[in-house]
Design a protein around this ligand. Structure first.
Ligand SMILES: [Zn+2]
Length: 257
C-alpha cells in the first residue's frame, strides 16, 4: 500500500507529481458498545482507505493513503469512558490546517474517507473554507455509509444501520478489527423506538446524547453481524469510492489510467 506515513520526504516528493488523489482517513475515539474498541471509526476509515488505494491501483490510478486523524467530534458519546472529543470548531481548524499543509507541497486532490457521522458538519466547514483559495482540483468528502443506503437493507437483516450496529460490526469483522462478538447486543429489541434512528432511511444524521437512548452504547442489532455481510458492504463502499475519484478526475480534465 502506498502509505505516506511510511515514506521518507524524498519518496513523497517523487510521488506527488504522479498522484491522482491522496486519501485522508478521518475517524473518532468513541464508545462502540460492549463489543468494539473505541478506535473503531478511525480503524475502519484507515482500512477502507487501504482497500480503496489498492482497488484504484488495479484500475490505473495512483492513490496514496495519508496518516489518519484519529480524533473527531464525539460530544454525544461523552457519557461513556474512553471517548475523546474535539469541538466542531477545533476539528475543522485542524482538518483545514492538514489540508493546507498538503496543499503547500503541491497536492491538489484529496479524497476524505470519513469514518464517523459526527464529523460531517466539521468537514463541511473546513472544506468550504479551504476551497476559497481556488487552488484545489478535488476536495471530496466521502461518508462511506452513504454508498449502501439502497443495498444495505438487502444485506442487513435488521434493515437498519446506526451505531456499533449489525453493519458497522460486520465491517469490523471483515476488516479484522478486535470484536468481542459474545458481548454484542440487540438494542432494537430493548427499545423499539431506536429503529427510527436509521441511516439507511435518514437524510440528515441526527446525533442524540447516546446515554439517554442506550445502556450499552449500541444503536442497532450487533448480534446479527457477520464477516460476509461486511465483505459485501466493503465491495460496495470501495467500488463507489474509486468510481467517484475517477469521475472527479475526468471532470478536472485529467484522464485516469
Ligand atoms: Zn462508528
Amino acid at each position: 500500500m502506498l502509505d505516506f506515513s511510511r515514506l521518507t520526504w524524498p519518496e513523497i516528493k517523487d510521488t506527488i507529481p504522479r498522484l491522482d488523489a491522496l486519501l485522508l482517513p478521518l475517524g473518532s475515539i468513541e464508545q462502540h458498545g460492549f463489543h468494539l474498541p473505541v478506535n473503531n471509526d478511525y480503524y475502519t476509515a484507515r482500512e477502507l482507505a487501504g482497500i480503496i488505494q489498492k482497488k484504484g491501483e488495479e484500475e490505473g490510478l495512483t492513490l496514496a493513503v495519508s496518516f489518519s486523524l484519529p480524533v473527531g467530534c464525539s460530544h454525544h458519546h461523552m457519557a461513556f469512558p474512553g471517548t475523546v472529543s474535539l469541538s466542531e470548531e477545533t476539528f475543522s481548524q485542524v482538518l483545514g490546517e492538514i489540508l493546507e499543509s498538503y496543499n503547500q507541497h503541491g497536492i491538489r486532490r484529496v479524497f476524505i474517507v470519513n469514518g464517523h457521522g459526527g464529523n460531517a458538519p466539521g468537514i463541511e466547514k473546513a472544506l468550504i473554507k479551504a476551497r476559497e483559495d481556488g487552488t484545489w482540483d478535488m476536495l471530496e468528502p466521502f461518508h462511506y455509509w452513504d454508498t449502501f443506503k439502497e443495498k444495505g437493507s438487502e444485506i442487513l437483516e435488521s434493515g437498519h444501520y446506526f451505531h456499533a450496529c449489525e453493519g458497522e460490526t460486520s465491517l469490523a469483522l471483515a476488516l479484522k478489527q478486535r470484536v468481542l462478538m459474545e458481548k454484542a447486543v440487540n438494542s432494537l429489541e430493548e427499545n423499539a423506538d431506536l429503529k427510527r434512528l436509521n441511516i439507511l432511511e435518514m437524510e440528515d444524521i441526527f446525533v442524540p446524547p447516546f446515554h439517554h437512548l442506550t445502556k450499552s452504547g449500541v444503536i442497532g442489532n450487533s448480534k446479527a453481524a457477520d464477516k460476509e455481510k461486511g465483505e459485501k458492504l466493503i465491495e460496495i463502499i470501495t467500488s463507489e469510492a474509486v468510481k467517484v475519484i475517477k469521475e472527479n478526475l475526468v471532470l478536472n480534465g485529467k484522464t485516469a489510467g
